[in-house]
Design a protein around this ligand. Sequence first.
Ligand SMILES: Cc1ncc(COP(=O)(O)O)c(C=O)c1O
Length: 445
Amino acid sequence: MLARKLRGALMDFSKSLQMNERFQLVIPGGAHTYAKGDDQYPEFAFPYMVRGEGCHVWDVDGNEFIEYGMGLRSVTLGHAYKPVVDAAYKQMLKGSNFTRPAAIEIECAEQLLNMIKGAEMVKFGKNGSDATSGAIKLSRAYTGRDMIAICGNHPFFSVDDWFIGTTPMSAGIPEVIQNLTVKFQYNDIETAKKLFQQYSGKIACVILEPEKEDEPKGNFLHELQKLCKENGTVFILDEMITGFRWHNGGAQRVYGIIPDLSTFGKALANGFSVSALVGKREIMQLGGLKHDKERVFLMSLTNGAETHGLAAALETMKIYEREPVVETLWHRGKLLAKKIQKSIDENQLVEYIPILGKPCCLVYGSKDQEKKPSQLFRTLLLQETMKRGIMATSLVVSYSHTDADIDRTVEAFHEAFRIYRKALNEGIEKYLFGRPVKPVWRKFN
Ligand SMILES: Cc1ncc(COP(=O)(O)O)c(C=O)c1O
């Protein structure tokens, strides 16, 4: 019999624990996204959610949490953000999907292209993967080449075979597909040069996120773009996470670079399902009607332009333009990082818990006594923060996190850090209840 309460906490997870069996019975992995799976959370704390408002969420047992990295970083404004919900609802009352394009498609397209400098055409999809896989297909058609070079330090680009085939979960993907994707390393231009030498004239495109935890060094992005130009290769920036977070015009605006193609999703519609592939007309128009080359089947989806999703995206983009959303994300993130860092210092954990990334997109590490990354210690942190009402697999803030939310979070982390310190000194077995979390990318359960 599983413990009904997360030990030492006032929280009761009995309804979630009962639901867990039903989830596991009918949904493989008990979740529709691996990053939300039970194996990503401590054993006695995987709540099922019923409601969210701003950065606060409530589970089926009535427990309340302050949430971070909401909706896998798609909800940047806040849960149930009224102006966005109202815009979507109003549009829904007029119909969701027609036999011909809806007028709102051009409004939304023009709004996005006005915000992303240098992007001349756009095609909308539902998931980020629609956009990145669309970019890959288009690059292959444009160049007449098969190979793809991806950044090996970046964890995710698409649910499709060209990317999943490169991960430890490559089961079901033919080797011939796996062999077409090769990897270079971020901030190491020599690794990219080597690929271009080894596969000369074969690489259709290069795809990477503009930035993760490390900043581009030595003009890396521009150097890579130059290399692509010299080799007739399409240069793609995946702005799924950086878009509408680093800057209203994406990280490409921050670093003054205009890629051939770029991809957006997540924050674009504050949690509604909208993604976008944008880029240069010369390439994008291969998916259209105004050329005499071979036709490219580019992102043609039944629900690709679902009107209420686009209404949500349009309203979200307008809010970004008229309110200091990005500035607030950076400001609150900085505040959070500063306060958490102070607590880390006080608990003498500097060498064990690094705070990484840009203030608008913070993550934390967790290391063991040997200063090696540790899933056990990550689980302990999650266990101790969750039982104090903080759901923070990352420290990614939203526009709705207030100073008070930050203070409550820091208090909870401070307590959790005290326990972390004790676990380092006395052994984690005494403090960790249940099995550790596991990385998504593994071959066997
Ligand atoms: C950088 C990046 N690209 C692409 C994707 C794929 O997006 P989606 O899950 O919406 O298909 C993700 C998802 O996490 C991502 O982080």
